[in-house]
Design a protein around this ligand. Sequence first.
Ligand code: MG
Length: 254
Amino acid sequence: MRLARFSYNDSVGYAVLDGETLKVLDGHPIGELAYTGVEIKLSDARLLAPIIPSKIICIGKNYLEHALEMGTPAPKEPLFFFKPTTAIIGPGDPIRIPSQSDDIQHESELAVVISRLCKDVPVERVKDVILGYTCANDVTARDLQQKDGQWARSKGFDTFCPLGPWIETEIADIQNVDIECRLNGKVTQKDSTASMIHSVATAVSWVSQHLTLLPGDVILTGSPAGISRMNPGDIVEVEIEGIGILSNPVVKDV
Ligand code: MG
């Protein structure tokens, strides 16, 4: 099932996307779904970031080749950091390059959306707290990341967390899906979630041992190798098998 968030005329809502039809939900898509009976053609609506979480947690260096391209060993335990929710944008929204950086790079990542309040989730029960999956771009000001020594600024600018196009709730084996990033149509990142150092279940469990997860929270699971610089005028696409394509233009902030 695809869960989408959309705007239509002056209203914003959640819907189940069935083919090209948005079946509008009463309230939010967490827990028991209630349909309003209203249906909207996808082409008449605008898709938004599919969820507004209380927090975005990102796993760093979770693909060995990416850790190596960063010039660092892979962390033995899942390494995580936060992005502010104000960084979230939806499909088609522009990534704005801030004046403070000369090196903005993409990181295509599988994002996990949490379904319920939880803490200390055992690995084998993580599937019970996952609502579904979407595509994410952990946009990073690489020069500021290296300069600052910690990542709050370099990962936290407005527009630095594109999410979408929707949440897919049914994926048979999340550790065996292809993930790809394209910059202006050219493939820059290509790997499989099978290459993750720490699996989705391990990463979610690990995070939940440190802090309470709330319904809708988003966990980015790390980027494959091939991070590349983006420039104004570029189009960046994150495609994940079984989910879809998240496409965003890149513009200079003014
Ligand atoms: Mg990342």
